[in-house]
Design a protein. Structure first.
Length: 422
């Protein structure tokens, strides 16, 4: 790294700390623009739909062409297969030649989470070293966004192309802060496509030193009541997990908590809970009345057979049993909710789709599955459709990273094009 690049990164961090959280990105992009003599610098964040980018603009005098919130303006750029979508999905910088300017689009990414793009307009054509430097700058910007979005609603507001209902707001808070995580032994990504009336689905994960914890849950019913039941279930599971309890204890305590505290008598939550030993690949799974997990291995998709258990909250004091699945390098474990299999969504041949998507990064695979469900049952779903995909690599690490993503595991344009043709 050159001294000039180190100076830019130091200036970015200092400007971010000196500014208020809502002004941090604007301050950082100002440092980048000055250092590069850029004609313009913008952060484009990924929309929550996964199908657009959003440029946030501060308009002191109001106005603008997008959505407005006081002096804030959000310009939505829907994906169209062009350079903006390619840069985000392929996790590689794009250079666009324009009229008297060159635009560099660099992914803003952390551990595989595609936060957005850094858009830099330059007066001269950048060489390879300049593009690589901008990629590293965009990676640093990811940490600025992560640190500052904890303190403000600005980024969350910008990512919402449609208003949230109260139940959707509750449900959103139950999901992990990042939908994607890459590590040496695995890569995972989750996605939730909400129904018109939220159906109480959640997914969750947490990484310990030698364990990966997983869960997918589906609370009975729809709307606020379902979201509150889901809150009880997820809250209990997280609490016991953080106390170091095993899967059986997590399930039994969540079962008791939902039975005792749910506002709707007789309500319940179906769930699949998982725990992967990162040193051995031993995967413990517990199915509480849920859709069976699927294993993609050696060109086949098979349901994972597990001991049967009642849904959480259905019978207080019920005992639970778990099963084991030894994961092999190259395995893909898929957890879904019944919104992926019921009603019109059943028109999607899920095993066939999973085979077609086998070469896509989990981040791209979950979005492709979501698109398939929407095409079959949408545009408005009757039930939430939720999925969590885990690719297991075993000890085949460490990650070979470039600016926040594992460059050996991204989905190529050829792979994505092949999927679209199928």
């Amino acid at each position: 790294m050159k001294d000039s690049e180190q100076a830019v990164l130091a200036g970015m961090l200092q400007s971010a700390e000196d500014a208020a959280p809502v002004q941090a990105v604007q301050a950082v992009t100002g440092v980048i623009a000055t250092a590069l003599n850029a004609l313009g610098v913008s952060l484009l964040i990924a929309d929550l739909s996964g199908r657009a980018l959003v440029r946030l603009i501060h308009q002191p005098n109001g106005g603008g062409n997008g959505r407005h919130h006081g002096e804030e303006d959000a310009e939505v750029l829907p994906f169209d297969g062009g350079p903006y979508e390619r840069a985000l999905r392929q996790q590689a910088p794009e250079v666009i030649a324009g009229d008297g300017r060159w635009t560099v689009l660099a992914p803003v990414t952390e551990r595989g989470e595609a936060i957005g793009l850094l858009e830099v307009d330059l007066p001269d054509e950048p060489d390879g070293d300049a593009v690589n430097s901008l990629a590293r700058t965009a990676h640093a910007l990811a940490f600025v966004v992560i640190a500052n979005r904890r303190h403000t609603d600005l980024f969350e507001w910008g990512q919402r192309t449609t208003p949230f209902s109260l139940s959707a707001e509750i449900q959103r808070r139950l999901l992990p802060a990042s939908f994607t995580c890459e590590a040496g032994a695995f890569a995972l990504s989750g996605w939730l496509e909400p129904a018109a009336s939220v159906g109480g689905d959640t997914f969750d994960y947490s990484l310990a030193r030698d364990l990966l914890h997983l869960s997918v849950t589906d609370a009975m019913g729809h709307g606020v009541a379902s979201a509150l039941t889901a809150t009880l279930g997820v809250g209990s599971l997280r609490n016991t997990r953080r106390r170091g309890a095993g899967l059986v204890a997590q399930a039994e305590e969540a079962n008791q908590a939902i039975a005792e505290h749910a506002n709707v008598r007789g309500t319940y939550v179906t769930a699949v809970l998982g725990r992967v030993d990162l040193t051995t690949g031993r995967c413990e799974l517990l199915n509480a009345g849920h859709v069976p997990p699927l294993l993609v291995r050696d060109g086949r998709v098979v349901p994972v057979e597990l001991p049967g258990n009642f849904p959480l909250g259905m019978f207080p004091g019920e005992s639970y049993r778990s099963g084991e699945l030894p994961l092999l390098p190259g395995d893909r474990l898929v957890l879904v909710t019944d919104g992926m299999r019921d009603r019109d969504a059943a028109d999607v041949d899920l095993p066939a789709a999973l085979l077609h998507l086998a070469h896509l990064h989990p981040r791209e695979a979950v979005r492709a599955l979501s698109d398939a469900v929407l095409a079959a049952a949408g545009p408005v779903l009757d039930d939430d459709a939720t999925m969590l995909i885990v690719d297991w690599y075993a000890g085949r690490g460490p990650r070979n990273t470039t600016a926040g993503t594992d460059s050996t595991r991204v989905s190529t344009e050829e792979e994505r094009s092949a999927h679209r043709r199928r």
